[in-house]
Design a protein around this ligand. Sequence first.
Ligand code: S3P
Length: 386
Amino acid sequence: MQLHTKKLIFIGPMGSGKSSLARRASAKYGGDVFDTDREFVRRYGPINDFFAAHGEAEFRKIEEKLLIEAAESSAAFVSTGGGAVKSKRGMYALRASGDVVYLTAPIDVLEARIMRSDRPLKNKLADVMKERAPLYEKYADYVIDTSVDSVAELEAAVKSKRKNRYDVVLCDSDDTLLDFQKARSHSIHRAAEILKLPMSGDDVDEAYKKVVCAVWKRLERGEITKEEMDVERVKMLGELLGLQLDVDEFNRAYIGEMEKTRFVREGAVEFLDSLRKRDLKVYIITNSFTRLAEKRLIPLRKHVDGEFVSEKIGYYKPDKRYFDEVLKAIGASDRSRVVIFGDGETSDIMGGANSGIDTCLYAPKGGGVTAADYIAHDYSAFLDIV
Ligand code: S3P
């Protein structure tokens, strides 16, 4: 019988029984154990000796790598070292891969357990706890007392549904909930038809994609205004295709077609409904323009708690002022309870970094280097994170 559908990650101070609970739970329920300290010792020798020779900072660097390895492993139980919570990267990788259990016991019980061991920090337990207790609490999906029967405590804990890690999801729309690539391609070809322009095929898509990416990046960096972008976009496209395009005429046709598009990504509506069923508040954050958002968000409107359109606010993602306005409007005073979900590295992810908000990159096609706290390759991975 399986104990839990997801990986269980044990955190807590020295002597809280992380390794021993992992072993006992695995013996009873099956599933592998990834013990980061044991793995450290296997590869680098005793931790005490390593601390003495290389210092704590070196140890933490390797520990972080092991935490990420544990997150990527297929182990059912992960036992971490007491200082694992000092690594944000390691802990975020782990919590994306499973549920985190904080093991505690009264300090005298912990001290008695570690007294005869040769841990480098064993005489500093009280100080260490003062520093780390808030971190243990922050990461804990479940808390169990290990001074009695920890397997029974664990069994009881994981029977209850874990609480949400966040209260608010700020969700990008284009290419996160709506299929923007499809809408763009559809609209550009329709505009060409309407204006009887000699352009068709994949070349147009490619050319326009290049243009749009370039001008959007400039808007995100605050180098041009929305109005300038509208002109720039058409000029660049004309140059690339060797055509004389009338800016106003082209924009009228293109925007007119774009606002009619309703291409919702498969599973997006169900995804929003699942988030809200879990009592999360969900708001759309979009750099789309007021006129387009008005119409294009229609299919999503019933499934979210609200929407924030950059043009109306006056600032664009990733500007911190955009996010300040959003948080003020929804009354979210605790930023640590807010998470941004979106596909845009330079808008959504950078916006989160600028504003002190956690981020999850939506990367259905894989995704490379990112500054995001999490990566989700599909909607269900994000549901596991929040
Ligand atoms: C440490 C705890 C130890 C081990 C290392 C550092 C700490 O793990 O990783 O000695 O910083 O609290 P245990 O929690 O298993 O003792």
